[in-house]
Design a protein around this ligand. Structure first.
Ligand SMILES: NC(=O)c1ccc[n+]([C@@H]2O[C@H](COP(=O)([O-])OP(=O)(O)OC[C@H]3O[C@@H](n4cnc5c(N)ncnc54)[C@H](O)[C@@H]3O)[C@@H](O)[C@H]2O)c1
Length: 254
């Protein structure tokens, strides 16, 4: 039981990697606040996690909303008395537009969910962790956080910025018990394509991204990402801070 007695918040926990991470954390003894805006999927996830013996609280809402995001940290503290791990996993794709074709509302939506949300939760979590002995923050970035070819301008910018937030947080609070690391998944089998309806996708941008995607050596499963998240959440990684870790079957090695 690597997380016995610990309390974790996982965003985007109703599907894909977030569900795998919440499942793994709970199986390792953590009490988990599982957050997602998809009420139906969240209810199913909570029912399954509880049936498996997990200690889980569901929290439905939009991570891009400041009050909702900060409320997740407060829920963990009020429900379980502490916070040890924050996993900022919720995210959406853009529609593969380059900057010349980019619509303002797409930019704002993607940056709001993929970057504002993690900033809101991290700020609240750091304020708590500084006063209570530290903790581990895990940001789920992307291959698009370290390469320019995997998606459109909005998604790529949001994930590069999340990598920047990760490094800055790691540096600012190094030596104060707070660690912050990023996982950069490659192509992973989840429901993420639902955030990218075919009729909205820019064909030229998608073709450019496809040229890069063709270099990916293989697909990952959400459980692959959950294993790495568990390591970063646990005390095994006590001296790992500011690491930007590709989990992509070798794609980032290109
Ligand atoms: N699947 C991939 O190939 C891949 C690759 C690299 C990075 N990622 C990143 O991994 C993370 C998890 O995505 P996934 O692939 O598991 O996708 P997914 O769609 O299966 O899961 C994402 C979850 O986040 C939730 N979510 C989205 N926007 C939200 C919001 N505003 N508020 C609350 N919840 C919200 C969704 O409802 C969903 O349950 C994302 O940050 C994504 O960018 C995915």
């Amino acid at each position: 039981m690597q997380l016995q007695g610990k309390v974790a918040v996982v965003t985007g926990a109703a599907s894909g990697m977030g569900l795998a991470i919440a499942t793994r954390f709970a199986a390792e003894g953590a009490s988990v606040v599982a957050a997602d805006w998809n009420a139906e999927r969240l209810e199913t996830a909570i029912t399954t996690l509880k049936a498996n013996g997990g200690t889980i609280t569901g929290a439905q809402g939009n991570i891009a909303d400041q009050g909702t995001a900060e409320g997740l940290i407060d829920t963990a503290i009020n429900t379980y008395g502490r916070l040890d791990v924050l996993c900022n996993n919720a995210g959406v794709m853009d529609y593969m537009q380059g900057v010349g074709e980019l619509a303002d509302d797409v930019w704002r939506r993607v940056l709001g969910i993929n970057l504002d949300g993690p900033m809101f939760t991290s700020r609240r979590a750091v304020q708590y962790m500084l006063a209570h002995g530290g903790g581990s923050i895990i940001n789920v970035a992307s291959t698009a956080g370290i390469h320019g070819g995997a998606a459109g301008a909005a998604y790529t910018s949001s994930k590069h910025a999340l990598v920047g937030l990760t490094r800055n947080t790691a540096w600012m609070y190094a030596g104060k018990g707070i660690r912050c690391n990023a996982i950069c998944p490659g192509a992973t089998i989840t429901n993420i394509a639902e955030s990218m309806p075919a009729d909205k996708v820019d064909p030229a941008g998608a073709a450019r991204a496809q040229a890069f995607a063709a270099l990916a050596p293989g697909y990952l499963q959400p459980a692959d990402i959950a294993g790495l998240a568990l390591y970063l959440a646990s005390d095994e990684s006590r001296n790992i801070n500011g690491a930007i870790i590709p989990a992509d079957a070798g794609w980032a090695a290109v």
